[in-house]
Design a binder for this molecule. Structure first.
Ligand code: OOG
Ligand code: MG
Length: 257
């Protein structure tokens, strides 16, 4: 089938809205480039903005080896965060609204100043107001959570929800913080923020460069998720999810039906 970006954007957006799985676009439509997939992503997010959501930030993906290995892809990707994806720390996640959600441990940055284009990690840090432990809920809209690079990019890099913990001062060194994911108090993933490109600020610098390449900037007040430090874990109704990061604290969610 032809790959009109607006048609593909409607397909992924409606799948996300309904929480229903779709076949991979790469299997049902003419192949598209990764660049075109970003155009599909932009159009699908425009549909969300049209429904009253706001852009609140950007997420980086495949910035750790653990994630690349888990998903079988090795290129860094990114996605857009909207107000409709943000969940409350300690709040609940309604499982039935998702296809097959997983959670993963992230470091979040809060932007103080506008940042765009190539910058060093130190320059990126200078534009930051705070950092926090975060949990990302990823939910590929594709059957069996399987996709090509263009598929996942078109699907907003699987982003479907995120929760940010308490903001901490940016003078805390985030380079090698112990990170832990728990389900009902039991550890399911253990890692370090060093897994994120060797230093999470490198992911923020990459976000700045990539944003500019796509005609965007990291805006004051935006949240940037640096990418998961460990592989992601499937979740189920009834579970209590928690992500803990050394010095940053913890963030939690309760999964309801
Ligand atoms: C793609 C999203 C990757 C991360 O933190 O690496 C990502 C996926 O795994 O479905 O969010
Ligand atoms: Mg992630």
């Amino acid at each position: 089938m032809s790959s009109d970006p607006a048609v593909l954007a409607r397909i992924v957006d409606e799948a996300a809205l309904r929480g229903t799985a779709i076949p991979q676009l790469s299997k049902t439509h003419d192949e598209i480039s990764v660049e075109s997939a970003y155009a599909v992503q932009a159009l699908s997010i425009a549909r969300r903005l049209g429904r009253g959501e706001r852009m609140v930030g950007m997420k980086m993906g495949f910035t750790s080896r653990a994630k690349m290995v888990q998903m079988g892809l090795s290129d860094m990707i990114w996605g857009r965060l909207t107000s409709g994806m943000q969940l409350e720390d300690g709040g609940s996640l309604q499982f039935s609204r998702y296809v097959h959600p997983r959670f993963e441990p992230e470091v979040a940055f809060l932007m103080k100043e506008r940042l765009a284009g190539p910058v060093s990690p130190a320059q990126a840090l200078a534009a930051v107001d705070g950092m926090a432990v975060a949990m990302e809920i990823i939910d590929s809209r594709y059957e069996r959570f399987e996709f090509s690079l263009a598929d996942v990019v078109a699907d907003n890099s699987s982003s479907s929800g995120f929760v940010v913990g308490p903001w901490r001062s940016p003078d805390l060194d985030p380079s090698n913080l112990g990170m832990l994911c728990e389900i009902d108090g039991r550890p399911v993933q253990i890692g370090s923020s060093a897994a994120i490109l060797g230093h999470p600020l490198r992911a923020l610098a990459a976000a700045s460069r990539i944003a500019a390449e796509h005609g965007l900037a990291l805006e004051p007040g935006w949240i940037v998720l640096a990418g998961a430090a460990t592989a992601a874990t499937y979740i189920a109704p009834g579970q209590h999810l928690r992500v803990v990061a050394q010095h940053l604290g913890s963030v939690s969610l309760h999964v309801v039906e």
